[in-house]
Design a protein around this ligand. Structure first.
Ligand code: XMP
Ligand code: MG
Length: 175
């Protein structure tokens, strides 16, 4: 059990299960990209540990880059817009693997992928460590999913509660 600020979290996915699953995902990516040289696009901050552990298991030639997604309030009708920050290289003609920590409603990745596809990559797949299927509101094709989880708030292993809790080896769920 851990306490972050006013909230209590209990163990949910232990470190060894996370690492075991990452090995499986990496094996799949190694096979499917054996004759390619993908550009791995890591969505910061949450995906930093997942991306690091995944990358260490990749035996293919690949490049790794990092983006942030900034949300800003637009007009009342269009709600929150998302802007990609930090993508400096050309992605035209590249095989992209977008690495995310968690897909909840899917709004973030839906918008990110739309903006990336506008720049004409050769292909785009998504690798997310966690996925909450019952929370999904935007259709998303998720190619590599670590764990499907119920619609509860999780922290740890990159995921935060109010900026805290990213630095654990295990994933915890709100009690
Ligand atoms: P959407 O709804 O756009 O959300 O798919 C994706 C982003 O929302 C954050 N998120 C969480 N962060 N525990 C967290 O620490 C959670 O359970 C959780 N659910 C969603 C996260 O930043 C993700 O990138
Ligand atoms: Mg995130």
């Amino acid at each position: 059990m851990i306490t972050i600020k006013d909230k209590t979290f209990v163990p949910f996915i232990p470190a060894d299960a996370i690492q075991e699953r990452i090995q499986e995902l990496a094996k799949q990516i190694n096979q499917e990209y054996a004759d390619k040289r993908p550009l791995i696009v890591v969505v910061l901050n949450g995906a930093f540990l997942f991306a690091a552990d995944l990358a260490k298991q990749l035996t293919i030639a690949c490049e790794i880059t990092f983006i942030r997604v900034a949300s800003y309030a637009a007009t009342e009708s269009s709600g929150q817009l998302k802007q990609i920050l930090g993508l400096n290289e050309s992605i035209e003609g590249r095989d992209l693997i977008v690495v995310e920590d968690i897909v909840d409603t899917g709004f973030t990745l839906h918008e990110v992928c739309k903006q990336l596809r506008d720049k004409q990559p050769a292909s785009l797949t998504i690798a997310t460590l966690l996925f909450k299927p019952t929370a999904l509101k935007e259709p998303l094709d998720l190619h590599y999913v670590g764990f499907e989880i119920e619609n509860r708030f999780v922290v740890g292993y990159g995921l935060d509660y109010d900026g805290l809790g990213r630095n654990t080896q295990d994933i915890f769920v709100l009690a």
